[in-house]
Every structure is written in C-alpha cells, then in structure tokens.
Design a protein around this ligand. Sequence first.
Ligand code: NAP
Length: 306
Amino acid sequence: MYDIIIVGGGPAGLTASIYALRAKKSVLLIEKFSPGGQVVQTGKIENYPGFKSIEGAELSRLMFEQASDLGLEVVYSDILNYDITGKIKKVKTYEGEFEAKTIILALGAVARQLDVENEKKFVGKGISYCATCDGNFFKDKVVAVVGGGNTSFEDCLYLSDIVKKIYLIHRRDEFRGDAHTLEKLKTLALNGKIEFVLNSVVKELKGEEKLNSILVENKISKEVREIKVDGLFVAIGRQPDTALLKDILTLDKNGYIITDENMCTNVDGVYAIGDVREKRLRQIVTACSDGAIASVDIIDYISKNF
Ligand code: NAP
C-alpha cells in the first residue's frame, strides 16, 4: 500500500509528488497519457517564474525528471473505478487495482467541444483541439481558431508561423485573453495574417471527407458567412472529467471539485488540486501551489490517522 496515489501527472500532480517524496512518503502516480498534462501541448510559457520563456514540453520534462529522481513510481492507465470513501483508498485501472492511505486527484480538464453537428466526424479531418499537436498538418493552409481566451491567443501565435491565414472567431467583441498577447495578434492582423471575426459563432461545418468550409453567423446582424478553411482549431476552454466522482465528491455546477484551502475534499484523505478544483485562476503556478499545499496537509493527515 502506498502513502499517496496521485491521479494525473500535470504540474499539480508532479509538484505534489515532489513534496511528498522529499518527505519520504511512498507515491504512485497514475497518468493516462504522458506526464505534463495540458502543459505538454502548450507552446511557449512566459509567466512561470524563473523562466523568461520555456516550451511547455520542456518544463514538463524538467518537473517529471525531478520527481523521477526522487523515486516516483508511475503507472500509465485510465481509472476505471474509484473506491475512496473508506479509510483505505482503492482505484481500479487497466493495470490492476492500487491502494493508498490518501489520494490526490489532479485530473486537469479536457477540451470543451463546439457542439455543432458533424463535429465528431471532422475530428482529425480538419478539426483539432490542440494547435501545438496538429498545427504542422496545416502548413501554408487557411485555418480558423474559435475562442477568446489565452489558449485561442496562443494557438493563433503558434499557427501564425505555419499557416497562410487565420480567422479568429469569437462570440463577443471583447476578449478574455491577456492584453499583451492581443497586441501581438493585432500586429499580425495588420499584415493580413489574422482576421478577427467577432460577435460570431460557428453554425455549420461543411465538407465531404474533410472539412472544407464553415458557416459563421454574426450574432448581431444575423448575417451568415461561409469561410473556406482547411482546419478549425477549437479553443473554447476546458471542462473537468469528474463523471466517475459525481456521487462521491462535492462538485460545483460545472463539475469542478470543491475543496477547502488545504485542498481537502468532502471525503477524508481525498484531495483535489490543479485545474480540476473549483478556483479562480488556472495557471501552472497555481497548480504547483495546490500540489505543495496538498502534500504538506497529507503528511500531517497520515501521521494523525495511521
Ligand atoms: P477560457 O479562458 O475559459 O476562454 C474560453 C473562451 O472560449 C472564452 O472567450 C469564451 O467566450 C469562449 N467560449 C466558451 N464556450 C464557447 C462556446 N460554446 N462557443 C464559442 N465560444 C465559447 O479558456 P482558455 O483560453 O482555454 O484558458 C483556460 C485558462 O488557462 C485561463 O485561465 C487562461 O488564462 C489559462 N491559460 C493561460 C495561458 C498562459 O498564461 N500562458 C495559456 C493558455 C491558457 P466568452 O469570453 O464569451 O465566455
């Protein structure tokens, strides 16, 4: 039995593991894909203190290396079932069942879908939810990015070095993304690399085998415009993957796990950290902070309860 099972190997989970391993706790990390979480798919990161600019994949690699050097054990699998209301926490995976005194849920969040007909049909055939993963398939092509937050901004910046033209489609005329990056996009718009399509939503996806064009409706004028595109990058936020936990933990109306300031959920010995937690600011630095806080509380919890 482990002291801690951490589910999810993004910055939150890796930081929690570093703090726990340094306190000589045994830790098993269960990760679905590759360690690093969403950060692996992020291009340049310029707001993580200590690095003026670093690639997401490199920052993830460094965090994982640090945890591995401390003795982190990793199992790569999805979770099939959580049995975590008792004193001993059990999780079932494709690689078997594992037990621990405590569990940290660092599940992150998955890309939100547009919810337009044929969206699933065109995934991998024009539609992508990850510009850094798929951008290179669209060299010198015309693409659209949907969204108005920092992810859509970063997608545009990343794609601007690869594609011929980008339509940035946003449902309002004010953006959520930061002003500094917006200035960079405006400069690209002056050169015709980016065209802002504001107050607009994607209504229809057209194409036979592959996506050819999109119908975009202006929400104010109701005018519908057909835009020929080879690719459509959906960057409209993320949502937590907490379906398996909804009858166990207290979630907010959007499915995020509610914790106290020590990252404790409503179940003793169960913690939630990073983007899966209900909170205001979802950044790498806040994910790391959550991880450190949870592990410090767990060290105390284990000494009092075991
Ligand atoms: P976000 O900030 O939640 O923005 C999502 C955007 O998509 C919003 O502009 C929203 O429009 C729009 N949207 C939501 N649902 C939509 C729908 N069904 N149809 C059309 N548009 C829709 O998500 P995000 O950009 O992925 O960022 C998530 C978090 O990560 C944020 O806290 C962000 O700051 C952070 N982040 C930080 C960095 C960085 O600092 N380097 C990079 C990437 C992300 P409305 O504005 O109208 O709601």
